[in-house]
Design a protein around this ligand. Structure first.
Ligand code: TEU
Length: 574
């Protein structure tokens, strides 16, 4: 009997509120727009919505810089709008996950303002340090500000590029920010900070939400003494502030004191996490987390020099993708997986892992089949269900994401490249902005996203790729998502079944068996634009008895010895 949990059986839909649906004509998506579309989400069949941050924020990082954890961003509406959304979701049996961003706050948060003034009790809410004589150090990263002749306290680098330290003229000290300078890191060593986090987590759970996605949570504990990092790593210092010495104490504490008293789902975002490390975090014997987002499959096509190295990106092999994803499927024993291919920080999945040209429909439905027949909780990012693609950013002025703009600007200013044009193909491959172009609802002006001027340019393919067109075509990507979600809900074997990889070295097929008791399901994905013949290396112990799903009309009734068409994806019952 499987260890049943509602969050293991759930399919999650991720919403980036700014880009989802605008109802008041200011060009920015809002809470009322999401509420209006809850029936759309319920028709698709998803069980949970994960809402990216909707808190009050000056938007240095589109809401991941929070000014007030208990207030709704006025661009998105009011607390009453948020409550209406929660009620509408729950009326449709859809649960709500909020984004918990507590590695850092905005520099405009009251806590930071008090801390920089050294108010009683707030002195150590953040990491404040004196600088060091500039001639005593040889940092790879550049810094700005600070007294002449003074360097930041260590060599750490921000994810946005440059030093992870900025100087505050009022307190006359440096503060740490592993992301943007407007995102100072909270100092979790201070008991009052942990109490603040307990309180705000409790506050939202008491309002009736169903859990949290925990942002950048592997960075909350920093190495004692904040020692210099290895200059070979990106960002420099990451081995000192990632998975730090007290992280289990902090996470376990939050679970014991607050989360364990609710039937809450938690998914912890943790880059640089191996399967072995994941085991330490997961399950009630770990830190009580439901699951984590690992990044191993997000790094296969990136340069070993890091995401913002503009050379050496874009190549990936199916055999590597299989090795990585299958390893998480089979080796994670005490924990539960999350399954995702994209999110608001990643390129569009059909452009990255499929073919957004000739085989867009076939490859997008293949990716859907992969997501919804794997072991673990699947995450669908807004627009994936209609096969939205990467955009073309023609100039640096077309970009919004600080994590893209900073390195692009740095490369141009330092003369590493001649102009933006030399970086355009790279930006068009990796930028976080691809995921943030507004949702394409119809072929109307601004894709039906807004009646006003959209805050961020739409992808100009919306006349063809949009929800209205998808709903009007029964063979569309949308209906495949809906049917696969329904299939997953109907078949325990797809949720709880064991996973066994077939043909690990095959360069076109990703094929696997899911087994639960007598139930056996075979998934055959021709992850290529070619037409290979399926020839299993093991005896499958009988023929297919039924096709549970396929992304082409009249797929081969028996996979054994059949030729598969480009990106053909079939789910068989054996
Ligand atoms: O992302 C965390 C993050 O950016 C790193 O953990 C990761 O290594 C990087 O994306 C790899 O490319 C979260 C949010 O998802 C992101 O939108 C925010 O900008 C960031 O935290 C800061 O809050």
């Amino acid at each position: 009997v499987p260890d049943r949990q509602w969050w293991k059986e759930a399919v999650v839909y991720q919403i980036y509120p700014r880009s989802f649906r605008d109802t008041d004509g200011d060009g920015i998506g809002d809470l009322a727009g999401i509420t209006e579309q809850v029936p759309y989400l319920a028709d698709l069949g998803v069980d949970v919505v994960w809402l990216c941050p909707v808190y009050d924020s000056p938007n240095a990082d589109n809401g991941y810089d929070i000014r007030d954890y208990r207030a709704v961003h006025e661009e998105f509406g009011t607390m009453a709008d948020w409550e209406a959304l929660l009620a509408e979701l729950h009326d449709h049996d859809v649960r709500l996950l909020m984004d918990l961003v507590v590695n850092h706050t905005s520099d405009e948060h009251e806590w930071f303002q008090r801390s920089r003034r050294e108010e009683d009790g707030y002195e150590d809410y953040y990491y404040w340090r004196d600088g060091v004589p500039a001639e005593s150090v040889d940092y790879e990263v550049a810094w700005e500000g600070g007294p002449v002749g003074e360097a930041p306290p260590n060599n750490w680098e921000s994810f946005m590029g440059g030093s992870a330290w900025s100087y505050d003229d009022l307190r006359e000290q440096w503060y740490l920010h592993v992301f943007d300078e407007k995102q100072p890191d909270l100092n979790w060593r201070t008991p009052a900070v942990r109490q603040e986090v307990d309180d705000l987590v409790e506050w939202w759970l008491a309002k009736g939400i169903d859990g949290f996605r925990m942002d950048a949570i592997n960075y909350i504990s920093k190495a004692e003494g904040l020692p210099d990092g290895d200059p070979e790593n990106f960002p420099i210092g990451v081995e000192q502030f990632g998975h730090g010495p007290r992280i289990h104490e902090y996470l376990r504490g939050l679970y014991d004191r607050v989360l364990s008293r609710y039937d809450a789902m938690t998914v912890a975002e943790m880059a640089d996490t191996s399967v072995d490390l994941a085991e330490e975090y997961l399950g009630e014997d770990g830190d009580g987390l439901s699951m984590i987002f690992h990044f191993e499959h997000m790094e296969l096509d990136l340069s070993p020099e890091g995401r913002w190295d503009h050379e050496g990106w874009g190549e990936w092999d199916l055999t590597d993708l299989k090795e990585t994803t299958a390893r998480w499927q089979t080796d994670l024993e005490s924990g539960w997986n999350s399954v995702y291919l994209g999110n608001h920080d990643q390129p569009r999945i059909v452009s990255r892992f499929g073919d957004d040209g000739e085989y867009r429909r076939a490859s997008a439905t293949l990716l859907a089949t992969f997501l919804l027949t794997s072991r673990g909780t699947p995450y669908v990012y807004q627009g994936e269900e209609i096969g939205m693609t990467n955009a073309d950013f023609a100039s640096i002025d077309d970009l919004d994401d600080p994590m893209t703009i900073a390195p692009v600007r740095e490369k141009i200013e330092s003369g590493e490249v001649d102009s933006y044009e030399d970086l355009r193909a790279f930006v068009n491959y990796v930028s976080r902005d691809h995921a943030r172009t507004p949702m394409q609802w119809s072929a109307d002006e601004h894709a039906g996203f807004t009646d006003g001027e959209p805050w961020f340019a739409l992808n100009d393919n919306y006349d063809e790729i949009n929800v209205e067109a998808a709903l009007a075509d029964e063979t569309s990507i949308w209906y495949h998502y809906r049917d696969l979600i329904a299939l997953r809900h109907a078949e325990d074997v797809l949720v709880y079944g064991d996973f066994e990889l077939l043909l690990p070295d095959h360069e076109q097929f990703y094929a696997y068996l899911r087994t639960l008791g007598e139930d056996r399901v075979l998934v055959v994905l021709n992850w290529s634009g070619e037409s290979p013949t399926f020839d299993p290396d093991a005896d499958l112990g009988g023929d297919a008895s039924e096709i549970l799903h396929s992304n082409y009309a009249d797929s081969p009734i028996s996979p054994d010895g059949a030729d598969f068409r480009p990106y053909e994806a079939v789910v068989y019952r054996l």
